[in-house]
Design a protein around this ligand. Structure first.
Ligand SMILES: C[S@@+](CC[C@H](N)C(=O)[O-])C[C@H]1O[C@@H](n2cnc3c(N)ncnc32)[C@H](O)[C@@H]1O
Length: 295
């Protein structure tokens, strides 16, 4: 990307690419905090929001940030977006329910061995992992099969994983869950909804940093070999090098013929990275290209 395009990519925001590079370097040098991995537009928007919340110009905010460690920490916290929903992307989940998961169940049934292995990468407070557990359990029930499945759900933000493990959600949080699933897979207590015990054994929530270059797959998964990886609403926050790092890991953790699901806004990132081909347009569902599981 040339400089003119980089400047343009920051759009109406009050930060040029050069100013951002200088700020990222300064925050690292003075405070030891790393803003480098984040996508420039996302970083500039977050800086603008914090500056306008304290009614400062971008320049004044930048100067304060360089001196004020607690503001630098607060900025880093603002860059953590932990929002999630059950069945968040309705099109992707519909295609999974009707096409992808039945195909996986059938293949495992035919082979007569093995379990379905799923990784929810960047799972936040767990809704994505529980949604997949609900679909797999329900498909097993309607098909009268009992193909085992295991879901490894990871995030680097431990407080959100603690919420995910409780399996406890508000009435508002389960708004997207269809009534039959709500009845079968939740129980209600004092106005809140708890995930049913039978799903609890199927999902492991564990801390894992997707930017950790010393590992390929989450250590708890031992060897990866996943049939399906969800990495949704994560890539969008990172700069291209980090997106490539994450996608490289995901690819190596996928079994041959395994699927990757991202948010639709991230589909172009996956296409650009290579190593995957679209499996179910228009949703951002991809299948690993190539034959070997560790290519
Ligand atoms: C916006 S949430 C998306 C949650 C869920 N995947 C969804 O689509 O609803 C993004 C999540 O990715 C996590 N995340 C971001 N960078 C990460 C990293 N380097 N390693 C692990 N998790 C990360 C964040 O902590 C956050 O919980």
């Amino acid at each position: 990307m040339d400089n003119a395009t980089q400047l343009e990519s920051i759009g109406d925001l009050h930060w040029s690419q050069e100013a951002l590079v200088a700020l990222v370097g300064l925050v690292r040098k003075v405070h030891g905090l790393n803003l480098f991995p984040f996508n420039a537009t996302f970083l500039a928007k977050t800086l603008d929001k914090r500056a306008s919340a304290s009614m400062e110009t971008a320049a004044a905010y930048g100067e304060r940030l360089a001196k004020d460690f607690s503001e630098a920490e607060a900025l880093l916290q603002s860059l953590h977006i932990g929002y999630s929903e059950f069945f968040r992307n309705s099109l992707a989940f519909a295609l999974l329910e009707r096409l992808i998961l039945p195909g996986l169940l059938e293949a495992k049934e035919k082979s007569g061995r093995g379990e379905i292995r799923v990784w929810s990468a960047g799972c936040a407070t767990g809704q994505e992992a529980w949604s997949l557990a609900i679909l797999l359990d329900d498909l097993n029930r309607t098909r009268e099969t009992s193909i085992p499945y295991r879901i490894i759900a990871t995030d680097w933000f431990a407080p959100d994983l603690a919420v995910a493990r409780t399996g406890l959600y508000s009435e508002e949080a389960v708004g997207n869950v269809r009534m039959s699933h709500l009845r079968r897979y939740f129980y209600r207590r004092q106005g809140s909804f708890f995930i049913a015990h039978r799903l609890m054994d199927r999902v492991d929530f564990t801390v894992y940093d997707l930017l950790d270059e010393s590992t390929v797959c989450p250590p708890e998964s031992i060897f990866g070999n996943f049939d399906l990886v969800f990495c949704s609403n994560v890539l969008i926050y990172y700069r291209p090098e980090m997106q490539a790092l994450i996608l490289g890991k995901v690819r190596r953790c996928l079994a041959s013929g395994g699927y990757l699901v991202t948010d639709e806004t991230e589909g172009r990132i996956v296409e650009g990275a290579g190593g995957f081909r679209r499996a179910a347009l228009p949703a951002a569902i991809f299948v690993k290209d190539g034959n070997s599981s560790n290519e």
